[in-house]
Design a protein around this ligand. Sequence first.
Ligand code: ATP
Ligand code: MG
Length: 312
Amino acid sequence: MASDPITSINLTSLPKVSQGKVRDLFSLPEDEKPRLLFVTSDRISAYDVILKSGIPSKGIILTLLSAKWFEVLSSRVPGLKHHFLHLGPPSGVVTPDEAQMLQGRSMTVRRLKIFPIEAIVRGYVTGSGWAEYEKNQTIHGLPQPSGLARCERLPEPIYTPSTKAELGEKDINISPDEARKIVGDKYASRIEELALACYKAGAAYAEERGIIIADTKFEFGVDEETDEIYLVDEVLTPDSSRFWSKADYQVGREQDSFDKQVLRNWLVDNGLKGKPDVEMPPEVVNKTKARYTEVYERLTGSTLEEGLAKLA
Ligand code: ATP
Ligand code: MG
């Protein structure tokens, strides 16, 4: 497994459609349906800033984990459709060197029209949700029972959408009614229903494996020809979700982040929180990589080497 992190991804054979904080999307030759090559780099962000160095294999971990979730959720959420077609690019569209670099970190997906909201689901009261609850006993304006402690599990998971901001902008929290106006009446209830069902199924699966998914963000898209809604993007990864260790969980205090705590603590201790172009020392890289790897192994039940070997 390559040990240098891959933080910049360019392909001579495919045009880049867009570059996000962590992913690069490439256009694929037309098939019956439009498709994209969805590539996950080893870039990592903390406190909304992308670090200068990456975490080796993080892109592989997130890709193989998302692929696992598409399989798990398909069997547990009735009627769920998702954008995942297969791992890697279609055969013959990239050079052998590019295929090697993309190994495990790319997937071919259906290209869909993405709804411009983040379908966030929260199962616990934490972060900005806790601050609002303390003040008003609401989360995203939704009334909650009295007497909840910090990081306590909510009686039922709640749907708390936000706008989907452009790169560099901040997402804004909105009510389910505002989300309804953005996506349209025709789709709003189904998106909410699918987001809640995917969270419940995923959180239950993860909890059996020692990981609490406190909250997560899904994205959905629509196939404009058939009008069907699809789950898209990465799914239930540490980057799109708040993961806690079930063994260390205690109500009444903030929880450590399963994956990014080492990095966050190091940034804070060194006065680097939110600063651009920060280079991580090897120890922080290695510990963070170990945490991402542990998430992968717990959730998939196999080692990363085994996951990669299946692709060969
Ligand atoms: P962040 O996740 O850090 O908030 P981001 O979502 O802008 O940033 P990435 O996750 O790096 O960036 O890039 C993924 C992009 O691909 C997102 O803009 C997402 O909406 C888009 N996307 C995901 N699935 C599809 C799809 N099937 N068709 C078209 N676009 C997609
Ligand atoms: Mg994203």
